[in-house]
Ligand binder design. Sequence first.
Ligand SMILES: [Zn+2]
Length: 357
Amino acid sequence: MEDQEFWDSDSESLIFEKDRHILYLEMMYQLLPPPYQGQEINRLTLAYFVVSGLDILDALDRIDKDAVINWVLSLQAQPKNDRTFENGQFYGFHGSRSSQFQSNNNGAANLNGSHLASTYCALAILKTVGYDLSLIDSELLLKSMKTLQQPDGCFMPIHTGGETDLRFVFCAAAICSMLKNWSGMDCLKAKEYIRNCQSYDGGFGLIPGSESHGGATYCAVASLKLMGFIEEDLLSNKASSNIINVPLLLDWCLQKQAQEDGGFRGRANKPTDTCYAFWVGGVLRILQADKFIHEKALRGFLLTCQSQYGGFSKFPRLLPDLYHSYYGFCAFSMLKEPGLNPLCVELGMTDIAAIGL
Ligand SMILES: [Zn+2]
C-alpha cells in the first residue's frame, strides 16, 4: 500500500471506527498464541492488549476464552519441590514459552524467568476472561514476590535482578489487588519509595531524582490508589493530601495537554503521543480531575492517530501498533465513547473485569 495514503487527510475519519478496531484486534488475536514474529518474548503483554482491548470494545465474544485460559496458565512457573522454593526464585508467569526454557551463556537451562510485568498481564487476561483467580496458588506467587521487594521499597522484576523502578511497584500492587491478598508486599515501604519519586515539578520519575514522565506518574498514582492511599475526596480534602503534593501534580498533568493539537505529551517539550492520553489522562481521572481535560481537543488529536484500517498510531498519520491502539481505546473509553465499556484506570482493564462480574 502507498505511504501517501497515510498522509491523505481526506481519509481521516471524524468518528471512532469501532468495527474496524475490533477487526484489527481480531487479526492480532489470530496471530496469538501462535508466533508473533520478533516479539516472542512479549507474547503475554501483546495478548493482554488484544484481550483487554476487545473487552473495552465490548467484543470479548470474538475469542476462545478456554483456549486463552489454558495458554496463560501454562506459562506459570512451578517449583520442582519445596527445596527450590526456598532459593529466592519468583513463581509468577513467564512472558512466553521461549523465556520458560531459555538457557544461560553456558548452555545450562535457566528454568525460571518469570517476570512481574508478565505476571501482571497474565492475571489481567485471566480476570478479563472471567477465570476465578482464587484457583491460582496465590500463596506461592505472593510469598515469592515479596522477596523481589528491595530495602528502599521498590521491586526487581525478576529474581535474578534487573533494574528496579516504579513500573514494578505498580505491577506488584496490581497483582496483590487482583489476588485480593496484600501479603506479597510491604505497602508502607512501597509508598515511601513512590513519595521519593515525586519530582520538584510535581510529576514522578521512574526512580528517585529522575525526570518526570507520564508513564512513571501513572505507575505512582495508580499504585497509591490500589494500596488505598488515595482517598475518594482527594481534591476537596486538603488535609489528606500530604502523602504526595497533589496541587503540583495536577499542574504538571494539565500542562501536558498541548495547546496546539489537544494531545498529551509524556514529558515537557516532547511531541504529543496517543498513549499519554491514557498515562496522563488516567492520572487526572484517578485524581477526579478529568473535568479539567479539554476533551474535544483530545478527541480531535486521537482521531488523527486513528488508522483507517483499525488501530491507533503513536503520532498522527502513521501505521498503527498494538500498544498505541490499546491505549487509544482506553482513552476513548475515558472520553465516554458510546458502545465502549468503562475503564478501571488504576488496574488497566475494564470495570467489569476488575469487579469480576
Ligand atoms: Zn506512546
